[in-house]
Ligand binder design. Structure first.
Ligand code: NOJ
Length: 723
């Protein structure tokens, strides 16, 4: 069916629908699996489906359950309009990939496309049509638990991942049996929650909105994202669920988005708690007229819509537009033709191929933070004794936030190392629990470490401490883990710390006591094998940090693309007063954005520009500048380097960040091999959005500084003159 056919079918249906049936299409209810605030209610969903008063259901798990409910809607309701089934398939359905923040560390959007393809195949075969992913909330807040679901602090990196994931889920044809509709969330600026406390206030200027938070959404919509979810936050005083400027002016009018805007879970009703509506009818009015099309879990649209229409507070055009968007989604998914899923073809477990993909991806996400004296990869020659200690060493709790009921546990690191090193004498002691304060097991861990040739110490934060509503005020290792690190490091046995977690952790109090640190994040189902691959050298780490690692929580927010100040700190004059710094702490983070080591070494030469000046008019007409960066593997092993390009505009009408990432490429090079990495810069990369609410994107004349390097601590610099 073509888009034209869809529109005429929508018109016919709208003509036949009652007002109640129209509001019914705007209602999404939850299946009983989820008992969060508002809860799921299977019977209510079935009853509403039977009456034709339900558009969508979330959290139905399993092909049989989804078919049974779909049969009620299609065969028992007056118009037989199929339901669309949504689910939070965030980084896997059966096959759990690393958390999105980890995936960002691969600096390779192909990894997220892979996750999306595997997830879509598994989910659709089980009757899921629609995932509430990808989340593309740029965030500078490691305290915020949902940083784990994000792709970090950089809008350029986030944009690249958002587009790849949307395409990975949706492919070219949403009717295909292995594709699902994506949802760009949370619209918008949810990642700016003050203090990192979830759901908290966001006060943001138009220029920051447009330069920092909106770009990934704009790109996702451009890539065809079928749906968008409103955020729980306020945007400069107005809740995102009642924000016409972003939902309608920008998303629907400026960008031409014709898909569905779904509320977040009870997000419409929460306008009352926000202090933005006196009662449910007002919440429904504000949200619908601002541009929300479908209400998740709360029922204010369905309960008050008819009255709003009768009083003129809601126009028939707006109602029909919202219904048309929901019907369009269902038509795009082919649900009218194929409402059911083939139960016999439902995928019920990860396949060998999907596990292999998850293992490869997890390996690509690992970031080697530190490797003094080349301790890694581990020396695996000859019979050796290895201690594998720490609360996460023998843990399957490494999937990360957002996993589905019944998803298989992760392979523990201990099991991964035993499989990789069958001839090594591997001994284990947990030492402490992930969050407990009992230190009585530390002595055993120390004894195991003392008796070994090397120690792998697996510490970090459990998945329960990251994700939604999991803000932390401290970013160190929870419980007594730090004591364990000090004690094990004190044995003198060469020690590799494998860090697990869903956010940057502060490790400055112990990092200098151990020679090697590997950031493994929450690596997903194949965790143990992927970590073993890296520790043994079967995989050479090549990931880079998609977020700055602060030294103390007091430095937060600390991010690479910060604005300039009139009194910047100058590392060459550390004692200077009246500059932007802390008195009680040296400036700078523990690890910068883009940092990550390898088992080999690379040399990046000076970048070369295809031209050294270019006119604003030319740029606006589509002209580009090419930047070529020669990169050479100078070490003894094959490995990956991520070549990074940053831009700095030293004098602009709106002061620009000290650097903006505007290109990255991960390349694999054999020893001695050299490659030219090429980037193309156009007006989109060079210009910026002003504070104009109507949306003004400008390219200004002047000097631009281009920096290249293998982290955000860049070396080489070239000047491009914009005339
Ligand atoms: C609340 C979360 O904010 C959102 O991301 C998620 O998709 C919904 N719950 C549905 O579970």
């Amino acid at each position: 069916m073509t888009g034209h056919d869809h529109e005429s079918r929508i018109g016919e249906l709208l003509n036949r629908m009652t007002v109640e049936e129209k509001f019914g299409q705007l209602q999404q209810l939850a299946w009983a699996w989820d008992t969060g605030p508002g809860g799921g209610d299977t019977e209510a969903a079935e009853a509403a489906a039977r009456k034709g008063l339900l558009g969508s259901v979330l959290n139905v798990v399993g092909a049989g359950a989804s078919n049974a409910l779909q049969r009620i809607a299609v065969e028992e309701s007056r118009l037989g309009i199929p339901l669309v089934f949504g689910l939070d398939v965030i980084h896997g359905y059966h096959t759990t990939f690393p958390v999105p923040l980890a995936q960002a560390a691969a600096f390779d959007p192909a990894v997220t496309a892979k996750d999306a393809e595997v997830s879509a195949r598994e989910a659709r075969s089980n009757g899921v049509h629609w995932t509430f992913s990808p989340m593309m909330d740029v965030t500078r807040e490691p305290r915020w638990g949902r940083i784990a679901e994000s792709t970090g602090e950089d809008p350029y990196l986030t944009t690249a991942y958002a587009m790849a994931k949307v395409r990975g889920y949706q492919g070219d044809d949403l009717t295909a049996p292995d594709r699902i509709a994506a949802c760009a969330k949370h619209f918008v600026a949810y990642g700016g929650a003050e203090g990192g406390r979830d759901y908290n206030t966001v006060d943001v200027s138009e220029q920051r909105l447009r330069n920092l938070y909106l770009p990934p959404f704009r790109a996702a919509v451009g890539a065809g994202a079928a749906t968008v979810m409103a955020g729980f936050n306020t945007i400069s005083g107005i809740p995102a669920h009642a924000h016409p400027h972003t939902l309608t002016d920008i998303l629907k009018e400026e960008w031409g988005f014709d898909g569905v805007v779904v509320s977040d879970w009870t997000g419409v009703l929460e306008l009352i708690a926000h202090g933005a509506a006196a009662h449910e009818a007002e919440a429904a009015r504000r949200s619908l007229t601002a541009g929300v099309d479908m209400e998740m879990v709360s029922t204010t649209f369905a309960d008050h819509g008819r009255d709003l229409l009768a009083s003129g507070a809601l126009t028939r055009e707006r109602l029909d537009d919202a219904v048309a968007r929901v019907l369009r989604l269902k038509l795009r998914l082919g649900l009218f033709e194929s409402p059911y899923v083939a139960e016999s073809a439902a995928l019920t477990a990860p396949s060998a191929e999907s596990r292999a993909a998850a293992r490869e991806v997890a390996g690509r996400c690992v970031v080697l933070l530190k490797n003094d004296d080349g301790l890694l990869p581990l020396d695996t020659s000859g019979p050796r004794a290895l201690a594998v200690v720490g609360p996460f060493a023998d843990s399957g709790d490494l999937l990360g936030t957002w996993t589905l009921p019944g998803a298989p546990e992760a392979v523990p690191v201990l099991a991964g190392l035993r499989a990789a090193l069958p001839d090594t004498d591997i001994r284990h002691a947990a030492g402490v629990s992930p969050e407990g304060l009992d230190t009585s097991g530390i002595a055993e861990a120390v004894a195991v470490a003392e008796a070994a040739d090397a120690v792998v110490l697996v510490v970090g934060e459990p998945p329960a401490l990251s994700g939604e509503a999991a803000a932390r005020s401290e970013l160190g290792l929870p419980g007594a883990q730090e004591q364990l690190v000090r004690a094990v490091a004190g044995t003198g046995t060469p020690c590799v710390v494998v860090l697990v977690g869903g956010r940057p952790l502060t490790i400055g109090t112990w990092a200098d006591r151990v020679p090697a640190i590997v950031m493994a994040w929450h690596p997903g189902i194949e965790a143990g094998h992927a970590v073993a691959d890296v520790l043994t050298g079967a995989v050479v780490p090549g990931g880079k940090l998609p977020v700055t690692f602060p030294r103390t929580v007091g430095q937060v927010p600390l991010y690479h693309n910060h604005e300039r100040t009139g009194r910047p700190y100058d590392p060459a004059a550390p004692g200077t007063k009246y500059v932007s710094r802390y008195l009680d702490l040296d400036a700078g983070p523990e690890f910068v954005f883009g940092h990550g080591l390898s088992y080999t070494t690379f040399a990046l030469d000076e970048p070369r520009l295809s031209r050294e000046r270019i006119g604003v008019t030319e740029l606006r007409a589509g002209a580009t500048v090419e930047v070529a960066v020669p990169v050479r593997n100078t070490g003894g092993r094959e490995g990956d380097e991520v070549v990074q390009l940053y831009l700095q505009d030293p004098a602009a009408t709106i002061a620009q960040p000290v650097r903006r990432l505007c290109g990255f490429r991960r390349v694999r090079l054999a020893p001695g091999e050299e490659r030219q990495v090429r980037f193309t810069l156009g007006a989109d990369d060079i210009g910026y959005w002003t504070d104009d609410p109507a949306g003004e994107f400008i390219v200004e004349p002047g000097e631009l500084h281009l920096h290249t390097g293998n982290s955000s601590r860049t070396r080489a610099r070239r000047t491009l003159l914009i005339t």
